[in-house]
Design a protein around this ligand. Structure first.
Ligand code: UT7
Length: 325
């Protein structure tokens, strides 16, 4: 029996127009541009305009990914959208994107794994494709984290931004004798014992409010370096490769120091790490597809190259994907 791989056919992203430099926070918080830059690598982030929603950003990213793939909405079977900042409690933001892009068939649903959301969405999409449930899946990561930031808490509000990215995954026969492209391996985990290290203090069933993001940054940092290294190594092993075969790491962009420590532990040089944190901040589930899309636009990623994606987020949730572009 022929094996089916999920390969990337197109990619796109969309960022809100408003750029918020670190200096803006100096006006109302006891913080400085130099603290934010030196502790995180962030210089600015984008915030959505009033009324601009996660679905708006996600739809534009999806349209850009479809254009890159040279496909129409009719060609797509499924949308899997990762977000922790949905437009509404229900229906799924994915269904709003479905109607906004004019997709009149198939099905769309959300995945919620916070900053690891795009990895979890890719794992779902890959499984649907390999099981023959879908031929082409639009995988979207979209967030408006600015809506859940406590602007009086300097430990969190300076870290996050808004944005969206999307990829079109397509079923292809794994070619005999040809270089195997697409998703080569996946590895995901969660551990609910750590949910209070990073959470939102509101919700439908608890407070009937949206709530604000709360984080024990130091503890998350400690978990991040260890768990990202472990999952990356597992995914590389599952793909039957070694770290030297990885051409690019495209990590979740939460903190430059986490990214750099993880790359070092894996023995992958920093020139092979895609960095977008400087201008995006942490965009949660959107950060990996945003970084992938920017990397492609910069000419960093080429057909045939091996890419390691990895992320950790609230839950805790964490995981990695190895794919050949
Ligand atoms: O995407 C999900 C995953 N999230 C992450 O990966 C985030 C992981 N954590 C981090 O990135 C880092 O822990 C932070 C960037 C959040 C914090 O950096 P840190 O080096 O761990 O700083 P800290 O929390 O140990 O704080 C050091 C000092 C404290 O002051 P005292 O207690 O030493 O007087 C903080 O109050 O820095 C202070 N501080 C700030 N100072 C100026 C915290 N935030 C700020 C700020 N401006 N914005």
């Amino acid at each position: 029996m022929k094996r089916i791989n999920a390969t990337v056919r197109g990619i796109g992203h969309h960022l809100p127009e408003r750029i918020v430099p670190n200096e803006e926070f100096e006006k109302f918080l006891d913080t400085t541009d130099s603290w934010i830059k030196s502790r995180t690598g962030i210089e600015s982030r984008r915030f959505a305009a009033d009324g601009e929603t996660t679905a708006d950003l996600g739809s534009k990213a999806a349209i850009n990914a479809l254009a890159d793939a040279e496909l129409d909405p009719i060609d797509i079977d499924t949308i899997v959208l990762a977000t922790s900042t949905p437009d509404n409690t229900f229906p799924a933001t994915a269904t709003k994107v479905q109607s906004a892009i004019g997709m009149r068939r198939g099905y769309a649903f959300d995945v919620q794994a916070v900053c690891a959301g795009f990895i979890f969405a890719l794992v779902n999409a890959n499984a649907l494709i390999r099981a023959g449930e879908a031929k082409r899946v639009l995988v979207v990561g979209a967030e408006t984290f600015s809506r859940i930031l406590d602007m009086t808490d300097r430990r969190t509000c300076v870290l996050f931004g808004d944005g969206a990215g999307a990829v079109v995954l397509e079923a292809n026969e794994a070619g005999e004798g040809r270089l195997e492209r697409g998703i080569l391996s996946t590895d995901i985990h969660s551990d609910g014992r750590f949910r209070e290290l990073l959470y939102v203090d509101g919700g439908v069933s608890t407070t009937q409010t949206a709530g604000y993001l709360r984080m024990d940054g130091k503890e998350i940092f400690r978990h991040a370096v260890k768990k990202l290294n472990e999952t990356a190594q597992l995914a590389i092993d599952k793909a039957r490769l070694d770290a030297a075969a990885v051409d690019w790491i495209v990590p979740h962009q939460a903190n430059y120091r986490i990214i750099s420590a993880t790359a070092k532990k894996l023995g992958i040089p920093e020139e092979q790490v895609v960095l977008t944190i400087k201008g995006h901040g942490n965009t949660s589930a959107a950060s990996i597809p945003l970084a992938l899309s920017e990397a492609k636009a910069r000419g960093q990623i080429k057909v045939g190259e091996v890419i390691l994606l990895m992320a950790i987020g609230g839950g805790l949730t964490w995981g990695s994907v190895v794919l050949r572009w």
